[in-house]
Design a protein around this ligand. Structure first.
Ligand code: HEM
Length: 201
């Protein structure tokens, strides 16, 4: 599978389905068990796709809003700042297109080996293994796992308003939001693996 459609401008550092992405230590069986744990079923699939259509033209606004929320809290803002705490607009600008692309990928990508591998890569990019490397950024070197997990609440809750903006029925909005919730939890759970010894994860 191509990393990105040929018509789209290349996203720097977006190595989905390329040999440059990390290799996940997880197996497809591990992934299947995790999907069962978050309750993702084939019935969620059409609603995950529907969410992708609804969010396609809103993904950038969502990321802007999430980042504004992170920027409001000095103890969260430091992870995008320079090591001495100054704003780092080049770093934020460089990583943003990948975050925007993630919103769409979360709704559209098949959960396969390429997915596992790129989620491992995203996890690493939040940790001292690989944070800052992709964008050659000068910044703090590690985002604590507790904030990655805690911020998931924001990513889940705020999505509902965006999902409701295209005139779908209340039932469709509920089902899109449920599919989004399960998919996001699956992603973030896999991102936590590099933080934890595999036998404890
Ligand atoms: C559910 C919570 C979160 C989601 C969905 C999320 C999503 C993402 C995504 C998709 C990327 C781009 C990965 C790529 O290179 O393809 C990214 C990078 C980044 N995120 Fe997060 N993130 C979350 C939590 C946080 C938190 C809590 C912080 C800071 C307090 C943070 C700061 C960053 C930074 C600084 C980068 C750039 C990392 C690098 O140097 O490559 N993220 N995030």
């Amino acid at each position: 599978m191509n990393a990105q459609p040929s018509s789209a401008p290349a996203i720097l550092g977006y190595t989905y389905a390329t040999p440059d992405a990390a290799r996940s230590p997880l197996t497809l069986d591990d992934l299947d068990r995790l999907k069962q744990a978050v309750g993702l079923t084939p019935e969620d699939e059409p609603y995950r796709r529907m969410a992708g259509e609804v969010l396609a033209d809103q993904a950038e606004d969502m990321v802007t809003a999430w980042r504004a929320q992170l920027a409001e809290h000095p103890h969260l803002a430091i992870y995008s700042a320079t090591p001495d705490g100054h704003p780092n607009p080049d770093y934020s600008a460089a990583s943003k297109p990948r975050f925007v692309r993630w919103v769409i990928d979360a709704c559209t990508r098949p959960f396969d080996q390429a997915w596992l591998d790129y989620q491992h890569e995203i996890g690493l990019r939040h940790t001292r293994d690989k944070k800052n490397v992709t964008d050659h950024a000068k910044s703090t070197d590690h985002i604590p796992m507790r904030y990655l997990l805690a911020f998931t609440a924001v990513v889940l809750v705020t999505a509902r308003d965006y999902l409701a903006r295209h005139g779908h029925s209340a039932d469709d909005i509920d089902k899109m939001h449920a599919a989004w919730t399960k998919a996001v939890m699956l992603h973030v759970t896999v991102w936590t693996q590099p933080y934890v010894a595999l036998e404890n994860w």
